[in-house]
Design a protein. Structure first.
Lengths: 228, 228, 228, 228
């Protein structure tokens, strides 16, 4: 496989370590590591931080969620238009910490398409990964919720769920990019994920809460090249 | 009553007319009008726009909603910490377009307090206005959802709901600031609202969708002074 | 196709015409018509009526929804166990008037399987029909929400959505039973639905609110035989 | 106080021990104990069991929840009409395991009134107890969620929350009946609850999961008389 296609996406969640100015600082460190090794890495900061992060780095910036509504009289919602206007390139959809109704997953993918945002739809099981691949997002991210934040990587703890997901996704969708996540914290975890047939990883605490996030990003990027 | 306490809050909702750079431009116009007349006016832009609006104006900036969760592993949520870090001074809570579970209204008021955000809790009926006043937010906003966006002002169409709300609120809470909204579009509507015992108004389309928003803000501010 | 497999399912919704004793009376009329013509017809009464309906008729009885939770400390929920204990044979899942989170659609299908209930998962678009077919329910029901309750039958107003759904469903699932619904009110509508490749229909107001429901059921059943 | 007003309400939740025929058996045991001692005890079985329980006993029967919607095209919802038609006398609203949006708490209380159901609105904190008392239900039940199902009674573990709730409720509502719950498992717990100013208790596992529920009910009833 051509690893120039590989992609690491760092979800900042609502960690204080990645809120406000610290979101900008963290994004810059990630950008530097990404450019040094030559592997694509994106960041997903909080809504309030998208604009200043996007203004500060050239790497892909993702929202963590969009609401499946059009712009208009929708107080407190997050529209595709607003994250796009702030400079986002894409959005997570249906993360296990923000699970959506089935029809809203579809609407959100459509909304993302309409404004030119890449969509990454998350799924917690292989069966659900197959189901969301039918909705034709740009990427599917397999994340078993029981491993999220544990430091026990899905690619090592439960490789079957990854291979089963890849198989089910490919049954219904030849071209969607496949990420996997949950517990990813070392270069080995990343390497294992790619060997199982994925195109990259979705990572959060493994980088955001690391003492030196830039080192972990570097390690992850090198693991990608090694898997090439 | 001392009208130096009066407050107009402009809810940008997710109107395209108030998204991205247009949120900044609109906020500046509102600030100018507010300063010219000497009446306090705040703005409530979308999450993605809070930071750049707060960096551009000195008037109060409010979020349109916060989630009742702490910072941490909460993907896609809007924390009190993140809107505070972006420069917000307060937040709407429980707007009729983002209705919350009862216990989450309380948690959101608490979260706002903890980080130093003013809370404006919305209620659609007089009875609900009384109930939310018990939760001790900084302000209560009475907004009958059936009048929102109609251009038919609550203060003229249904003055009873305003006076009944004020009575019920004062029964349980002496100090909370009382706003009213829905359909407010002229200075007369604002004047009527203040005469009914409120301390200000919550307005959205009446200003955001006006051909010259600054003129409407000016008219509203003058109406406040006249009611003094 | 063997029309002995065909199935008509009558959703009582929460219509007063089909509440309490009237649910029992309506079910008996439907049973009589079904037996007279020799076509399988099921009923989906409200939770409170399942037990007395199931005790009064021998036709299949479905719940309108189950919650994706296990029995235990879940106040106010509807468990698969409770509807099974009341005598239900199956359940609707994800009706457009009770849309579920994607992961809860899957959990509900699993819960139904565990207790021996047939699952009918609803989908409002062809793409969603394909996605839910991946979850391996017993039946998929295609119901474009914009036609529900209109009396304009999906099988005539929008035959493309039905054929597209059938195609997408069969791409991922060879054996699932396919129903379609929304606006079905005459035998012709039923006939058209079967001609488009479905195995039956899901109907509500077309029967429940008819002056003589038994006549409509009879007409529907005859249309099934004619399509054989 | 006149203890003829006292009320014990047994919430069956979705415990298997109280599902289907076992709901009827349990209700009969509770009725016998209630009649022997002469204290009012009600039961709150699952939706599917309301009708057969109400047909089998003469004690008050409550639903565990109603949806804030009118009868009509609402698939899978639980209407006030349907639980009333099944024989219910009242309903729980906003239990911590089924928390409602603030405006839906109000709508549910209204719906209950309209069809002649007694409403018991639950609240997890003293402040929320005060807020729901404003909505004028028939009863308020104070249940700190952190004590539910623990066997550590709210009336002994946290008497302050009960007395604070009673005070806040009485500030805004003189006549509402006050229950408390969470962890109630002995006659002493019941006695303590009444001494703190409540009119009765809401209990679930303490009775439903007891080896001999009738004995516990008897003990509770005697504790009520002793507190008289």
């Amino acid at each position: 496989m051509n690893r120039s296609e590989s992609f690491l996406l760092v979800n900042f969640k609502t960690y204080l370590e990645a809120t406000g100015k610290r979101a900008v600082e963290l994004s810059k460190k990630i950008e530097t590591a990404s450019e040094n090794v030559g592997v694509r890495v994106g960041v997903a900061p909080q809504f309030c931080d998208i604009e200043r992060v996007a203004a500060s780095v050239d790497i892909p910036v993702f929202a963590q969620h969009i609401d499946p509504v059009a712009s208009g009289a929708n107080t407190g919602h997050v529209t595709a238009d607003s994250v796009k206007a702030a400079g986002a390139d894409g959005t997570l959809i249906n993360h296990s910490e923000m699970p959506l109704r089935l029809l809203d997953v579809d609407k959100s993918v459509e909304r993302a398409k309409q404004v030119g945002l890449k969509s990454v739809v998350c799924a917690g099981t292989a069966k659900l990964a197959g189901a969301v691949a039918v909705l034709e997002p740009d990427m599917v991210a397999i994340e078993p919720p029981e491993l999220i934040g544990t430091g026990r990587a899905v690619s090592k703890e439960n490789p079957e769920i990854v291979t089963d997901s890849v198989k089910r996704i490919r049954n219904v969708n030849r071209s969607v990019v496949i990420l996997c996540g949950a517990g990813i914290s070392t270069g080995d975890d990343v390497n294992a994920a790619l060997k199982l047939g994925t195109d990259g990883v979705l990572v959060a605490s493994g980088i955001v809460k690391a003492p030196r996030p830039e080192d972990v990003v570097m390690e992850f990027c090198k693991a990608v090249l090694k898997a090439g």
